[in-house]
Design a protein around this ligand. Structure first.
Ligand code: OGA
Ligand code: MN
Length: 203
C-alpha cells in the first residue's frame, strides 16, 4: 500500500496529541467552492438553528451554541460537495486500512456562526451513542480572518495549556470526538465551516 505522507502526519498527530491541524488538505479552489455552496444554501434559507441532543428549550440551547447548520445529504450532493466526500472517503479508507478504526459511517453539516455566537465547552458524543470517533472541521472563512475576530476553536487537555486554533480559511482540524473537550469562542465576524464526524456503525 502506498504511503501517504499527509495522512501519516495526521495519524501521528492523533496518536501523540489526539488532534491534528492540516492547512492544505483541500485545494484553495475546492475551499472556495465549498464556501460558495455553503453561502448558496444559506441564502436559500435552508439552515436551521442547531439543536443540542434532545434539548427543546430554545433559551437553553442559545446559551450553549448559537450556530446555524445544514446537514449535507450525500445523495443530493452537488459536485463541490462530492469532491469533499471523495477526499474524506479516501482518507477514511486509509485510516481503516492502517489503523483498523472501523469507520463505516459519516455525517457532515455546514455551520454558520453569526456575529456574537459561540459554542460552549463540550464533547462531541451523545449520552447513548458513542459512534462518533473523529471530529473534522474545515473552515471556509474569508481570506483575512484576524485574531480580533475571535472564534477560536479551543481544545482542552487536562494538565496542559489550552490549545487555541484560529478558523483560517482552508484549515482542517481533526480530533478524537470522545476524548477532547472543546469550545468555539464568541465570534465577531461571521464564521463558516463544514463540520462532521467519522463514525463506527451504531450497534
Ligand atoms: C461542533 C464544534 C468546532 C468548530 O460543531 O461540535 O465543536 O471549530 N465545532 O467549529
Ligand atoms: Mn464539537
Amino acid at each position: 500500500m502506498e504511503l501517504n505522507t499527509q495522512y501519516e502526519k495526521i495519524i501521528n498527530d492523533l496518536l501523540i496529541q489526539q488532534y491534528s491541524i492540516v492547512d492544505d488538505f483541500f485545494l484553495p479552489q475546492e475551499v472556495e467552492n465549498f464556501r460558495s455552496s455553503l453561502i448558496n444554501k444559506y441564502d436559500e434559507e435552508e439552515f436551521k438553528k442547531a439543536a443540542i441532543g434532545n434539548q427543546f428549550n430554545e433559551l437553553i440551547v442559545k446559551a450553549i451554541r448559537g450556530d446555524f447548520i445544514f446537514w449535507i445529504d450525500e445523495k443530493l450532493a452537488n459536485n463541490e460537495e462530492q469532491t469533499f466526500f471523495d477526499k474524506i472517503e479516501h482518507f477514511t479508507n486509509y485510516l481503516n486500512r492502517t489503523c483498523f478504526l472501523g469507520l463505516q459511517e459519516r455525517e457532515f453539516h455546514y455551520a454558520l456562526y453569526p456575529v456574537g455566537t459561540f459554542y460552549r465547552r463540550h464533547l462531541d458524543t451523545f449520552q447513548n451513542d458513542d459512534s462518533r470517533k473523529l471530529s473534522i472541521v474545515c473552515y471556509l472563512n474569508d481570506e483575512d480572518w484576524l485574531p480580533e475576530y475571535g472564534g477560536e476553536l479551543v481544545i482542552y487537555k487536562e494538565g496542559e495549556e489550552d490549545i487555541n486554533i484560529y478558523p483560517l480559511r482552508g484549515r482542517m482540524v481533526v480530533f478524537e470526538s470522545q476524548v477532547l473537550e472543546h469550545e468555539v469562542k464568541p465570534v465577531k465576524q461571521e464564521r463558516l465551516s463544514i463540520t462532521g464526524w467519522l463514525k463506527t456503525r451504531k450497534l
